[in-house]
Ligand binder design. Structure first.
Ligand SMILES: *[C@@H]1O[C@H](CO)[C@@H](O)[C@H](O)[C@H]1NC(C)=O
Ligand SMILES: *[C@@H]1O[C@H](CO)[C@@H](O)[C@H](O)[C@H]1NC(C)=O
Length: 415
């Protein structure tokens, strides 16, 4: 009796560790009780046989040395205990007792015991909420994020949340307030929605430098989005159907390489969603992962009737192994930092792509020769079949040319 089943996310893993820790804590407690008592027993029963205490200061020194050893031992046991307790809570890096922590944050993070005791399917007895442990670095911002009226309207602060995410504080805690809404007027049905302007009033512009699409279109927001919000007149509606250089592959050609087996795809850092739009026209469902850096990318993609995923690339992708027929990435692959960082990302891309599926590297900008070499080496270690591999140069201003790599690779079956 008393069995409940619940979806718990990563609570299971935490709990496993917690139960290992609990027994460790019990052992530690036992150990510290025993050692403390033994030392005390030793200290109080130690009678020097020949010389009494006050007669020899050397012995007093010995005893006080022992006592201070005992005290040190107790202190270190207590420290270890406190550390283990924190680990049991799962927030070893987040000190909920420090001042100025929002009450809502404590409320969210405190473990909640299951009302009917142990869940028979998962073996857990309590639910643990998760936030990214890097939140510790920005705990003041986090407390600000969790400062609101419960059941009230959330502050208009999505950019604060994104700031936290960009500082590694991901996942963010949940909040008990209603997020700001914007009336979504003028949405069109599919497939008209893919290439139709929606009124600027249907987007939230708070926290952004630009307050209009005209402003956004006048800027190069990133390497894959220059004027990418102009889906009616701009270059955007020629992408993937009309090539500007040999590095631009056409959608038809790539889909043909998949022998009709391309049905679902994943686009990494896909700008305003144009890749997903072109795929939708060919009945391929694409999820586009993007943050809202300097522009309302997520809302815009959704307004086109496409699937936006709001997640930073530091996360493991929330998909199971071998599910996608196609992964498309352009300069989203250009992540700063150590080479291992790129490896972790590439391995995760490989994980979600099925055997026989296509990895489309689209106009990746190789800022330096060693960048191209490192990426090429890395890709070769994955053993993909090169269906297309083009290294091209594009002029960028007089006398300056830039090197781009485009490729379509097929994931092998590994045994
Ligand atoms: C659609 O919006 C863009 C700005 O993103 C603008 O330049 C263009 O003129 C609009 N087109 C139509 C047909 O309204
Ligand atoms: C997409 O699906 C619709 C409905 O099944 C079909 O009529 C259309 O031909 C398909 N388009 C492509 C490009 O396969």
């Amino acid at each position: 009796m008393g069995s409940v089943s619940l979806k718990i996310g990563d609570g299971t893993a935490r709990f496993k560790r917690a139960s290992v820790c609990s027994s460790a804590v019990n052992l530690m407690m036992l150990f510290s009780v025993i050692t403390t008592n033994l030392f005390a027993f030793y200290a109080f029963t130690y009678h020097p046989t020949t010389i009494t205490l006050h007669q020899n200061p050397k012995n007093i020194a010995v005893i006080s040395e022992k006592v201070s050893l005992i005290l040190k031992e107790i202190e270190s046991s207590q420290k270890k205990l406190a550390q283990m307790e924190k680990e049991i809570l799962g927030y070893e890096s987040l000190d909920l007792l420090r001042p100025n922590i929002a009450n809502e944050l404590k409320e969210f993070l405190n473990p909640h015991r299951l009302p009917l005791g142990k869940d028979s399917r998962t073996g857990i007895t309590e639910m643990v909420a998760s936030v990214g442990h890097s939140c510790e670095k920005s705990v003041d911002l986090l407390s600000q994020f969790m400062g609101y009226k419960v059941y009230g309207l959330c502050p208009d602060d999505w950019s604060l949340g994104q700031k936290l995410i960009l500082q590694g504080c991901e996942p963010l805690p949940r909040r008990r307030c209603f997020a700001k809404t914007v009336p979504k007027v003028g949405l069109q049905p599919l497939p008209v929605s893919l290439w139709k302007n929606v009124s600027e009033k249907a987007f939230s512009w708070s926290g952004l430098g630009c307050k209009s699409f005209a402003c956004l279109n006048s800027k190069k927001l990133n390497r894959d989005c220059a004027g990418c919000f102009d889906i009616v007149n701009g270059y955007e509606n020629q992408r993937y159907v009309k090539a500007r250089s040999k590095n631009d592959f056409l959608m038809e050609d790539v889909l043909a390489m998949g022998n009709g087996g391309i049905r679902i795809g994943f686009d990494i850092g896909g700008g305003s969603g144009t890749f997903g739009a072109r795929m939708a026209e060919r009945n391929v469902t694409v999820v586009t992962v993007t943050l809202n850096v300097d522009a309302p990318f997520n809302e815009f993609i959704a307004s086109r009737g496409l699937f936006p995923l709001y997640l930073s690339l530091d996360n493991r992708f929330p998909f199971y192994d071998n599910v996608f027929d196609l992964v498309h990435v352009a300069n989203g692959l250009d992540i700063e930092g150590k080479p291992e960082k790129l490896e972790f990302l590439m391995f995760d891309i490989d994980r979600v792509l099925r055997a026989g599926g296509l990895f489309w590297l689209d106009n990746f900008y190789c800022s330096a020769d060693d960048k191209k070499r490192d990426l090429t080496r890395l890709i070769e270690r994955f053993g993909y079949k090169k269906l297309k591999w083009i290294v091209g140069e594009k002029a960028n201003g007089p006398g300056k040319s830039e090197v781009y790599l485009s490729a379509v690779l097929q994931k092998p079956v590994r045994t």
